[in-house]
Design a binder for this molecule. Structure first.
Ligand code: FCB
Length: 491
């Protein structure tokens, strides 16, 4: 048995206490118990299209995902979110599930086409009523609502007018944000504008994997700009409708690691990091688009040498509006190899397989990268607070003969990544909360129902929910307010 040392973290503006276990003698063979402060937010996350179902209920309009799912070959199992977890009708049961697990905050998203079926104009009160009931139910059970305004289900009517590629969609987003916060702002005080602008722009408009399934660089970069702009414009409107609100945006990160120290691999890593991470972080934190990436995109012919054509005077000032927190989504890292023939490159020194573990998404499990990412964001960008708004893993879970779901790899992932959050807090990062992705198994976009991310298993035929072992681990962790580092980790 190794000795256990207890270390305490501090949130946000509190001063982090010194950490003898990390720096003192004997630290290397001590198993640590990292204690989170009382105010740390323990949550789970979902999104509207992935769980709600009921696409035609109460006047909801069509979204780009309804349309995309009908495209032959777009979704691996040919499915859609038409039923999903039937959460629209079962939300009370799902809130009770969270309550039983001791979950203190719930990050969900609001479906824009329920609120404004045509994207702008007439507000559909019945659509807003659903979220109002959800919020009331959460509050009744002591769970803090943490809504995201946009988690990818754009009204199809706006897509028909050009979608995020046109500036008027950013204006429509502000109208939508105003309608929602005016209705819910008396009870909801935490708001996330967007989920993952990289996915909204590059994954959906350049790689074509997500709705609307386009493959065009100039369009993707215009989309990224309008999404960021709509964030910047919406923040003051949300604050006006909801006094004292905390407002932020969620970005997703795929930290890039060079496969070798060759010049080619280092440069490819810079580019990967620039495209995925810095392109979004820099403007949100008051900088412009990174100059090296503008040069790369111009050299590739994606934009003119003068820069992104969608940018107008004043846009960067709007996008850089100070926020109250940054939402960080992290799942995996990327080992980057330059696209030069292997014979012309140096031997790889960073290799993922076979030592690493891989989820059913094909994503490498790597919590050290998560720790380094959180520290880097803190040191390079200084957000006031960081909420981990998504983190989780998919495994081939089944309900066993004992009626339970044994998912030790998810539990190990959760524990390792929570420990990384704790270590980042010890290093001074303003860690304010953690939302496990996901509360429920759900519709995993282009992967349909083939990926199970939930800490709660969903039998889609019966809609029966079964908390997995990882949910029970999470419940116990929340109750303890502390994480035991895996004694095997790092040894
Ligand atoms: C993120 C998405 C989320 C879910 C996870 C696995 O990129 O925000 O909806 O699909 O990946």
């Amino acid at each position: 048995m190794r000795p256990t040392t207890e270390v305490r973290t501090a949130v946000s503006d509190e001063q982090a206490p010194p950490s003898p276990a990390e720096h003192g003698p004997g630290a290397s063979n001590a198993s640590r118990r990292i204690v989170f402060p009382a105010g740390f937010v323990w949550g789970t996350a979902t999104s509207s299209y992935q769980i709600e179902g009921s696409p035609a209920a109460d006047g909801r309009g069509e979204s780009i995902w309804d349309r995309f799912c009908k495209t032959p070959g777009a979704i691996v199992d040919g499915s859609s979110g038409d039923v999903a977890c039937d959460h629209y009708r079962r939300f009370r049961e799902d809130v009770l599930l969270m309550k039983d697990l001791g979950i203190r905050a719930y990050r969900f998203s609001i479906a824009w086409p329920r609120v404004l079926p045509r994207g702008r104009g007439a507000v559909n009160a019945a659509g807003l009523d659903f979220y109002s009931r959800l919020v009331d139910t959460l509050l009744e059970h002591g769970i803090t609502p943490f809504p995201t305004l946009y988690h990818w289900d754009l009204p199809q009517a706006l897509q028909d007018e050009g979608g995020w590629a046109v500036r008027s969609t950013a204006e429509a987003f502000v109208e939508y944000a105003e309608a929602v916060t005016r209705r819910l702002g008396d009870r909801v005080s935490r708001w996330i504008t967007h989920n993952e602008p990289w996915c909204i722009s590059i994954l959906s408009h350049q790689l074509g994997k997500h709705a609307p399934g386009l493959q065009d660089w100039p369009t993707a970069l215009a989309v990224a700009h309008h999404v960021l702009l709509s964030h910047g414009w919406a923040v003051p409107v949300i604050r006006r409708e909801c006094r004292g609100a905390e407002v932020g945006i969620t970005l997703n990160f795929e930290p890039a690691v060079p496969a070798s120290r060759s010049a080619a691999d280092l440069d490819a890593t810079r580019h990967s990091d620039g495209s995925f991470n810095r392109w979004f972080l820099d403007p949100v934190f008051g900088r412009r688009y990174p100059a090296d990436m503008v040069a790369d995109y111009a050299a590739a012919g994606h934009i003119p040498a003068s820069g992104v054509p969608a940018v107008k005077d004043g846009d960067f000032a709007a996008i850089g509006v100070p926020t109250d927190f940054l939402g960080v989504n992290y799942y995996t890292r990327k080992i980057v190899r330059a696209e030069v023939p292997e014979s012309q490159n140096e031997p790889r020194t960073v290799v993922a397989a076979p030592e690493s573990e891989w989820t059913t998404m094909g994503w490498e499990v790597h919590e050290q990268t998560f720790y380094e990412l959180l520290c880097r964001i803190h040191f390079d960008y200084k957000p006031k607070k960081i909420y981990v708004t998504e983190n989780g893993s998919a495994w081939p879970d089944t309900v066993g003969p004992d009626g339970r779901v044994h998912d030790p790899r998810r539990t190990a992932y959760l524990r390792g990544h929570l420990a990384a959050v704790g270590r980042a807090a010890l290093a001074g990062a303003p860690m304010a909360g953690y939302f496990a992705w996901s509360l429920l198994d759900n519709f995993e976009w282009e992967r349909g129902y083939t990926q199970r991310f939930g800490i709660v298993h969903v039998d889609y035929a019966s809609q029966k929910r079964t908390p997995k072992d990882s949910a029970l681990y999470y419940r116990d962790t929340i109750a303890a307010g502390a994480v035991e580092e895996d004694p095997a980790a790092g040894s």
